[in-house]
Design a protein around this ligand. Sequence first.
Ligand SMILES: O=C(O)CCC(=O)C(=O)O
Ligand SMILES: [Mn+2]
Length: 359
Amino acid sequence: MTAKMAASIVEHGEDAFRKLFKFYKRRSSPPDFSEVINFSKPCSEKFLLYSKVFPCELNSSSLNEENVSKAGFIFISNPFLPGAQQFWVKQCLKIYPQKPNVCNLDMHMSSVETENIWEKSKDIIRRKGSVARQPKTLLEKLRWVTLGYHYDWNSKTYSSEKYTAFPEELHLLSHKVAAACGFSGFKAEAGILNYYKADSSLGIHVDESELDHTRPLLSFSFGQTAVFLLGGTKREDCPTAMFMQSGDLMVMSGASRLLYHAVPCIVPAPSGQALPPELALKLETEVQDDDIIQSVSDVDWEVCSCYLQTSRVNMTVRQVLASGQSFPSTQIAQTSEKSEEDTLKSKKRKNESGSACID
Ligand SMILES: O=C(O)CCC(=O)C(=O)O
Ligand SMILES: [Mn+2]
């Protein structure tokens, strides 16, 4: 069965998004990926047949008002300079899981146990190639990390109480990317980092917890390729499937900011070529001490590349509040007054759809 057929046969009570999600998520045998758009093969490919898609050079002259308003969902194929991806991968694996940031392991482990995730895992990950079947390291058990305003998965809210400083270098990157897409003054206030294994998926959801939806949501992907599904405002709308490869960026803005989306699967890497060659590239120029991007040492990169052989890391960066806005004071009362029944319902929903939580 092809993806098109799968989407068209919608059984009673099942929406088109769920149907396609299940089509790509199936684990029995690899699905047919021929309908998935590959933006890194520009122009010649079938994506030009989609009237919804138009290619555009990202430079100041392309940023006229017409283009900015026409482009809600912006896909930027790996814009990173050689060597820069290594820096961001190292931040995701070595730096951002550190306290005071919050991660899934904190939900059931003490802060002493979740200290130094990188240090406790690195040597085992480096040696793993030769030693099969070992217990998982903390780094391999990492599923998500939150930054800035720490997202509360149960209440689906951000609050001023759960805030720690947002990493400056990631704010600068996000601010630059947003500005290049026509959104000046973007403030990176919350980040959700997702860590995917070969069999992970991210359920169908809409990111609506941020209070200002006029600001874009930025997404950065590293490591293994994923299939990303972008749907409509209703679950019945048939989604578009696209590959997200290492270094690719997505900007969800305008009308696309509140669309359903999901990651049904990680694409099996072709044998003998687990990592894209550009990830092996080192920075080409000498770095100065005050440069944002620093080079990654060979030992650190060895750990990162072993980890990425079978994994994908995605960072989403969000502006939560409009400029000058603060959290409504009632939100705290509402959240704590939430009945047990509501909490149970929300947990159930989270389990059913995965709702932005990796399974
Ligand atoms: O992993 C991805 O590409 C999507 C992540 C996402 O949708 C989210 O964190 O809300
Ligand atoms: Mn999302």
